[in-house]
Design a protein around this ligand. Structure first.
Ligand SMILES: Cc1cc2nc3c(=O)[nH]c(=O)nc-3n(C[C@H](O)[C@H](O)[C@H](O)COP(=O)(O)OP(=O)(O)OC[C@H]3O[C@@H](n4cnc5c(N)ncnc54)[C@H](O)[C@@H]3O)c2cc1C
Length: 339
């Protein structure tokens, strides 16, 4: 049996390592676009207040995984899945290669969600979804600092990532204006009272809060950027970061004829309608209609699926009890988080 895993985030890496532990002779191949190694995505939003983040964020170099017998093909882009032939095709440089599987696992994660009005303006803003994104933002910040100026950022979106990023940039000494379309911050995760406390904390730390402010688009303005609102333009930004949610990477699965909703549809055994194909992590839409896009339940999915693929099957996967938590410096919610 050859297990092929697409993706080297927490879902793919945890699965590969656990299979290796449970069944040392089981061939496991991991295909990934990444080249930096396996890194901590949660640490991205604390990527400015720590100087050593670009090295400390790497949890496992790919060579360390290879030394444990996991075949890692990094810097490759999986472009098609042929379920009849049970083979994936991937691009490696200018060459196309094929690999057969007996079990295939989509652990392809998610992109940053770009709202429709912004989709034609991607040259005018950044996102924070990968280590490459963080490196690009840190470079932009360093360029502004080299001109002896304090960077001024516009962050679009007052959800979990927008608030964490605003907090970390402010802690680093930058100026931040946070635009949120709704009247309160992190409305999906926090109860009203905690949203208000978070807004007060961010405002006290110097974040310019623009609640009820739906951004319509972006403009170049002098050497920087401006944000377009219904009420007019607000400019003077060195960089704009869109933090508007996440979008599971489902295209490959859809093109392979698998059912997708917001994510790839899986049953209680994390299997798609094709019993040879599974999905876990940010890309998997579970039988209860939920996407468990947090590290704790994703790790639980990967450990459970490893057992299943190694023939040590238990009952169906059930989500563990967990609470999301915002990594906003100095913030503790009084009420339980919503999920
Ligand atoms: C800034 C930020 C902060 C966060 N903070 C927290 C937090 O504090 N706590 C928490 O629980 N969660 C947090 N999250 C969410 C958490 O990080 C994600 O839920 C988790 O990382 C998802 O892991 P994954 O393995 O499913 O996907 P990903 O980490 O997205 O990995 C997907 C992998 O698939 C690869 N891939 C995709 N398509 C292809 C293809 N066609 N060919 C080859 N490779 C492909 C990608 O290169 C990548 O390696 C945060 C997320 C972000 C972005």
């Amino acid at each position: 049996m050859n297990v092929v895993i697409i993706g080297s985030g927490i879902a793919g890496i945890t699965l590969a390592e656990e299979i290796r532990k449970l069944a040392p002779a089981q061939p496991v191949t991991l295909l990934t676009r990444e080249t930096h190694g396996y890194y901590s995505r949660p640490m991205l939003s604390h990527g400015f207040s720590r100087d050593d983040v670009e090295t400390k964020i790497i949890l496992r170099p790919f060579d360390a995984l290879r030394q444990h017998g996991i075949e890692v093909r990094d810097g490759v882009d999986v472009i098609a899945v042929d379920r009849q032939r049970r083979a994936v095709s991937f691009r490696c440089g200018s060459a196309n290669e094929h690999l057969e599987y007996t079990r295939l696992v989509f652990a392809t994660g998610s992109d940053a969600l770009i709202p429709r009005p912004f989709q034609s303006q991607t040259a005018l803003f950044c996102v924070l979804n990968s280590l490459d994104d963080l490196i690009a933002l840190r470079r932009l910040r360093a360029d502004v600092l080299a001109e002896h100026r304090i960077p001024h950022w516009a962050i679009i979106g007052g959800g979990l990532i927008g608030c964490e990023l605003a907090s970390d940039l402010t802690k680093s000494g930058d100026q931040v204006t946070l635009f949120h379309a709704l009247p309160r911050l992190m409305e999906r995760q926090l109860q009203q009272e905690d949203s208000a406390a978070l807004a007060a904390l961010l405002a006290d730390s110097g974040v310019g809060l623009r609640l009820d402010s739906a951004v319509q688009g972006f403009e170049r303005s002098g050497n920087g950027y401006a944000v377009r609102l219904e009420t007019g333009e607000e400019g003077g930004f060195d960089g704009i970061v869109a933090a508007c949610g996440f979008k599971p990477r489902v295209d490959l699965a859809r093109e392979a004829g698998l059912s997708v909703g917001r994510g790839i549809l899986v049953d209680n055994y994390l299997a798609t309608a094709d019993p040879a194909v599974f999905a876990i992590g940010d890309v998997a839409e579970c039988a209860d209609g939920r996407i468990y896009a947090y590290v704790l339940p994703i790790r639980s999915q990967a450990l459970w699926l490893a057992k299943r693929l190694c023939g040590q099957s238990e009952g169906p996967w059930t989500p563990p009890l967990f609470r999301p938590k915002a990594k906003v410096h100095g913030f503790t919610a009084v009420h339980p988080y919503l999920f």
